[in-house]
Design a binder for this molecule. Structure first.
Ligand code: PEP
Ligand code: MG
Length: 747
């Protein structure tokens, strides 16, 4: 960068800082800013457009266009050159604007007199807040140095907008993060709650975007970069000690942290008058804009590494976010882009609700939220951008909506809803100790799914008769290293003790697919859900399975024990796994340890193939539990994690019901106990249909036991079955509507 321009740019920023520091209204500040830029760049026009709503830009200040057009001229995102600059998040620089693609003539501005146009997005961390425009009569393209200077200024304007420097009258100048916002997402866990936002990754606020002391800023940047690099090196040393693969990923990350071009770009920004923080954010914004456009997975990964490193750097520079957990509010609602199960468990049950920008229904963080029965909304786009720590928020886990900074009307309607929910809970509590016996006299055993010691108290509170599915992998997932046998045995023994004689069906380790242990070699598989997972890992590398079986036998210490193997696809897999159990028993006997009073070894039926296994399988197995989440995804070929296809097929689709009916019949023939432990068992209408098909044990999250029992007790299952049969005879694709219509008259 030539010395002259460098100092020009710094001079401009210096004057900008004075204008921004003046004790004036937002509008006056904006007017001063456009005047200043036009003067210093020698352009006839300088204008600032800001968003008045998500789709509409408004001319908020101008030097050179008709003054009457201010706050009158508006365009939609993508409309005209200004709208296109915002939409593309990229500079548009043209010598002949009227002839350019997308040009829109706005007579009220008088801009037809100007030939050249340069629009620069005003963006902060990938969010476009507006557009900065310069125009001149002479037909000329602005030089790269001029565009660069405009980008620097736009960066400062973005920071100042975020800080509220331009707050004034009208929607376009309204304060950010103060209006109420309704965010739509999908439900991952039902329930309704109210609380205050607690950001998993607190937003870093840059209060000093401009600096007139590049030497100091360079030194601060260099110092922060050094700390960043040292931190990554430390992570790498730890990773090498644990897992080579993880270390390789970090090596790539370190390469980025050491990138000289990244540092040079930031140093140039600092030399041109930005503070170190603003320079980091400027680069981060550009990376995010590229990330949003790129489809190349390799590039996306690198850009998100850069994003992550920038976040770390900003935290080092500002000191913000280091003690994030210290000021957790009362009734915290966790807001995050995404979160892993380990991180969620670290926060603990104090979290009252969760709203995620991403996430998926089948993820383990979701399972944890379900175990805790706290409302969880996923795919709530924009929530991390909109929410500030401490903002009031209502989480409506029935509709999948979060109301951020709600107004009074919304708040009072929501409180009515909460009161209704409490009344329903009271109703469920009153039948907690009663059996789920339907009017026809059939009793369904309602059990609960668990995976943590913390879940066990729900066994009493929910009225569940036992734990129909204990997901043992959660204990493996929340650790940094493989647990030892003695540790596991102590843990399972605590589970059995807490169950106090009620049944617990321990499922052996189900890893792979979305459940990746941080300390085990990750496999790069194209289709992990159909890859090396669950019992397939257990049989190929039996060390962990053996340790787990031994830990379970010891924990039982003479009491009855139920164990089941996940993802059994063929009889032979069950046989081999069961042989491992036999070997474990032989070993324990030899060591003189007590054996369980009764031992039942079951299989999870999670792939359609097992429903068609030889009769001998149904005879050999002690019980079968249908893992409906997986069974459904393979039956319909619809990824349970993919929100787009997940909901496309109904659990009550007649073809899926026909598969279930077949499984019921095969189990009945040989007298093998059958249960259903996928999430659908906890949905009252689904549960009713499963019971009507003859499934006598349903295992669900604890919060569902009450509603399911309430409904089961009010109906005659033979009537439900005939409603289902009629719908099937009439050629319906799903029995849902018929059952739901019938239910209206029953309850
Ligand atoms: C299932 O697939 O239905 C099941 C219970 O197992 P998970 O959800 O843990 O895969
Ligand atoms: Mg499963």
């Amino acid at each position: 960068m030539p010395q002259r321009l460098e100092s020009e740019s710094r001079k401009l920023l210096g004057r900008l800082r004075e204008a921004l520091a003046a004790d004036s209204e937002g509008q006056a500040r904006l007017d001063a800013v456009v005047q200043l830029i036009a003067d210093s760049m020698g352009t006839e026009v300088c204008s600032i457009y800001l968003f008045r709503d998500a789709e509409t830009l408004e001319l908020c200040a101008t030097k050179g266009l008709q003054a009457e057009a201010v706050h009158q001229t508006r365009m939609r995102l993508g409309e005209g050159l200004v709208g296109r600059t915002a939409k593309s998040r990229a500079v548009i620089n043209t010598a002949n604007a009227p002839a350019s693609k997308g040009f829109r003539y706005m007579p009220e501005t008088g801009e037809e007199r100007f030939s050249s146009f340069c629009g620069v997005p005003i963006q902060r961390l990938g969010e476009v807040l507006g557009v900065l425009v310069v125009q001149s009569k002479a037909a000329r393209e602005y030089t790269p140095d001029e565009v660069y200077a405009l980008e620097i200024v736009a960066m400062v304007i973005a920071e100042m907008t975020e800080l509220g420097a331009f707050v004034g009258e009208g929607a376009a100048l309204s304060a950010r993060h103060q209006q109420s916002v309704m965010l739509h997402g999908s439900v991952a866990q039902e329930g309704a709650t109210e609380g205050l936002v607690y950001l998993h990754e607190p937003r870093v606020v840059v209060t000093n975007p401009i600096s007139d002391d590049p030497e100091t800023e360079r030194a601060r940047l260099a110092n922060a970069i050094k700390q960043l690099r040292d931190g990554v090196d430390d992570m790498l040393v730890t990773a090498h000690a644990i897992d080579n693969d993880q270390a390789q990923v970090l090596e790539a990350y370190r390469m980025f942290a050491n990138s000289t071009s990244w540092l040079r770009r930031m140093e140039a920004d600092v030399d041109n008058g930005l503070s170190a923080e603003a320079a980091v954010e400027k680069e981060q914004s550009l990376a995010r804009a590229r990330l949003s456009k790129s489809k190349d997975p390799y590039l996306r990964e690198r850009l998100s590494d850069l994003d992550d490193l920038s976040n770390r750097l900003l935290r080092i520079l500002t000191g913000q976010g280091a003690e994030a957990r210290a000021d957790m509010p009362e009734n915290p609602i966790l807001v995050a882009r995404n979160i892993g199960p380990g991180e969620l468990l670290e926060y603990g049950k104090q979290i009252k609700g969760i709203v995620l920008e991403e996430g998926s229904v089948g993820s383990h963080a979701t399972i944890v939220a379900r175990a805790w029965a706290i409302p969880l909304i996923i795919n709530a786009k924009g929530v991390t951008r909109e929410a500030l720590n401490g903002d009031p928020i209502l989480v409506d886990g029935e509709q999948g909506i979060a109301h951020l900074r709600p107004d009074e009307t919304v708040q009072s309607a929501f409180r009515d809803k909460l009161a209704m929910q409490t009344r329903a809970q009271e109703r469920y509590a009153s039948i907690r100790d009663l059996a789920a016996t339907s009017k026809c006299g059939t009793t369904t055993s309602l059990q609960m799914n668990a995976g943590l010691i913390a879940d066990l108290p729900s066994l009493h509170g929910s009225g569940a008769e036992g734990v129909g599915l204990f997901r043992t992998e959660l204990q493996f997932l929340i650790r940094n290293q493989m647990p030892r046998r003695a540790e596991l045995s102590a843990l399972y023994s605590r589970v059995l003790k807490a169950a106090n004689g009620k049944r617990v069906a321990f499922r052996t380790l189900d890893i792979g697919s979305d459940k990746v242990l941080p300390y085990m070699k990750a496999n790069d598989e194209p289709n992990p859900a159909m890859g090396w997972r669950a019992i397939r890992v257990g049989l190929d590398k039996p060390g962990v399975l053996r340790m787990q079986l031994q830990a379970l036998l010891r924990a039982a210490d003479g009491q009855p024990l139920d164990v089941m193997f996940p993802f059994i696809t063929q009889f032979s897999e069950y046989r081999t796994a069961r042989a491992e159990m036999d070997k474990a028993i032989a070993r324990e006997t030899k060591l003189g340890h007590k054996l369980p009073e009764t031992l039942r070894v079951g299989a999870m039926l999670e792939t359609p193939s097992l429903a068609f296994a030889p009769d001998a399988f149904f005879e050999a197995v002690d019980f079968i539990s249908i893992g409906g989440n997986d069974l459904k995804q393979f039956f319909f070929a619809a990824d349970r994690e993919n929100e787009r296809v997940r909901k496309r097929y109904d659990t009550l689709d007649v073809s899926f019901l026909s598969l279930l009916e077949k499984i019921v019949a095969r189990c009945d023939t040989v007298g093998t106990p059958l249960s259903f432990c996928g999430e659908d068992a906890g949905r009252p209408v689904e549960a009713l249909c499963f019971a009507a098909l003859g499934i006598r044990t349903l295992s669900m999250r604890p919060a569902s036991v009450g509603p399911v029992k309430h409904l089961l007790r009010r109906v005659d299952l033979t009537e439900v079955k005939s409603v289902m049969d009629d719908a099937i005879a009439e050629g319906e694709q799903s029995v849902r509507r018929a059952v739901a219509d019938w239910l209206v008259y029953q309850v």
